[in-house]
Design a protein around this ligand. Structure first.
Ligand code: C2E
Ligand code: MG
Ligand code: MG
Length: 428
């Protein structure tokens, strides 16, 4: 009898930190939450930022002492935890009464100074918060919810905690799902460019096109860039996509030219991250040098805001691309605050007016005036202007009357698969 009580206790206590073990926490948390005591509880999930580094600085026994200190830090927390547990490695959980959780103290609490052998390091904790609104789910599911919230903390900021909410969880799930499939998708060549024709304002003839990435998913169908681009950017994988699109466009142009088929200049989008990636920029340049055809068929779109922190190295690659005959387009022009600065400081050939201008131009003298002035200014600098996002006749007429040179928008064409796009060019 005594032995079994003793055994149960030892399973429920974490031998290293002396707080509750996962089993102990689950049992005691359930008891507290389902007790007759009224009140709302909150589950906090703590994780040590860069625990791996701490491990390598202090070694295993040092890191163990550190974990003991984290448990001590939690036990003296201003939010007065009812119970504390350690679920694994550097992950701690607490149950707290809602009224005791002062969020304004939490950021400071998450900055934990720790001294080992005379050396003080400032360790950061991250805290995911789940307010227990649904008492009927298992404690482990509550822990998962609080843990999910951790994904919404950006340690470059000054906020070290985040709350769980269902919407955030769904977006995280989508993101994880996309991420889980993306390597495979790249390998299986499921990313392809669609081509949106750009027409001359006066004649309505197709004069160029923009390559826009689409993910052709075997089960989900066509997935748009708004789903996969943010994920690729966050995971530093956007250059892989841009390389694929640039390569496909290059191959299409090459094959059209050698077959004597009609083709127009095609632009590819360069992400801001490509501009920091020297190997990506070098690859672009190398493709251009190896290419046997004229570079006038190749265009590169750089979003306006990316010019803010462009390096000298990247600028020289951009100049080289232009010297070889490729054009540089400023994408989303007028969407940020840097428009005038960038227009005076950098070289480019075409400005693409952000969609918001086409959206607001009809019936607004003010917007009409702005578009007219921007177009004049671009022309004075020797650049052409494309109005993006033109969806109806009224918008088409307005941008044409402002002096814009070209139009890209659903009013004329949506992005098309390669075959359809080439057939369209052939027919014109
Ligand atoms: P963007 O470069 O400004 O491309 C124009 C976007 O406007 C495209 O959306 C296009 O389909 C859409 N669009 C065209 N005409 C109209 C219109 O009349 N009305 C409206 N409302 N929209 C119109 P899409 O294809 O969803 O691409 C969104 C963004 O994703 C692009 O904006 C670009 O920033 C990015 N993107 C697309 N493909 C690539 C790629 O291969 N690499 C990189 N780095 N970014 C890409
Ligand atoms: Mg673009
Ligand atoms: Mg654009």
């Amino acid at each position: 009898m005594w032995q079994s009580v003793y055994q149960a206790e030892s399973i429920e206590i974490d031998s290293l930190t002396k707080v509750l073990s996962r089993e102990g926490f689950n049992r005691k948390a359930a008891k507290i939450i389902h007790s007759e005591e009224t009140g709302v509880y909150v589950l906090l999930y703590f994780n040590v930022v860069s625990f791996k580094t701490i491990n390598s600085i202090f070694g295993i026994t040092g890191a163990n002492r550190f974990l003991l200190a984290v448990a001590g830090h939690l036990s003296q927390a201003p939010f007065l935890p009812k119970i504390i547990g350690r679920t694994e490695a550097d992950h701690f959980v607490c149950i707290v009464r809602k009224e005791n959780l002062r969020r304004d103290l939490l950021d400071d609490f998450c900055k934990m100074p720790y001294t080992e052998k005379g050396r003080t390091v400032h360790v950061l904790l991250n805290c995911g918060i789940y307010e227990i609104t649904d008492k009927d789910i298992p404690i482990t599911a509550m822990c998962d919810r609080a843990r999910t919230a951790l994904h919404f903390i950006h340690n470059s900021g000054s906020k070290f905690y985040a709350e769980y909410d269902e919407k955030a969880e769904n977006s995280y799930r989508d993101e994880t799902e996309v991420l889980g499939e993306i390597d495979n998708a790249i390998e299986r060549e499921q990313f392809v460019p669609y081509y949106q024709p750009i027409v001359d304002c006066q004649t309505g003839k197709i004069v160029s096109a923009e390559a826009l990435a689409r993910w052709i998913h075997p089960e989900k169908g066509i997935i748009s860039p708004s789903v996969f681009i943010p994920v690729l950017e966050k995971k530093d994988m956007i250059s892989n996509l841009d390389r694929i699109i640039a390569r496909r466009v290059h191959a299409m142009i090459k094959s059209c030219l050698s077959a004597g088929q009609s083709i127009v200049p095609v632009s590819v989008n360069l992400s801001r991250m490509d501009l920091y990636d020297h190997s990506m920029m070098n690859d672009l340049y190398a493709t251009l040098q190896e290419s046997s055809h004229d570079q006038k068929w190749h265009r590169y779109e750089i979003t306006e805001s990316a010019y803010e922190d462009i390096s000298a190295n990247t600028l020289s690659t951009i100049s080289a691309l232009r010297r070889h005959g490729a054009s540089i387009l400023v994408d989303d022009f007028g969407s940020g605050f840097s428009s005038l600065g960038m227009i005076t400081d950098y070289e480019f050939d075409i400005i693409k007016l952000d969609v918001r201008f086409a959206r607001k131009i009809v019936g607004s003298d003010r917007v009409f005036g702005v578009v007219q002035s921007l177009t004049d200014m671009a022309h004075k600098l020797g650049a052409k202007v494309i109005a993006e996002g033109v969806e109806n006749e009224a918008q088409m007429k307005a941008v044409r009357d402002c002096g814009c040179d070209y139009i890209q928008g659903y009013y004329y064409y949506s992005p098309l698969p390669e075959k359809q796009f080439l057939a369209l060019l052939d027919a014109q």
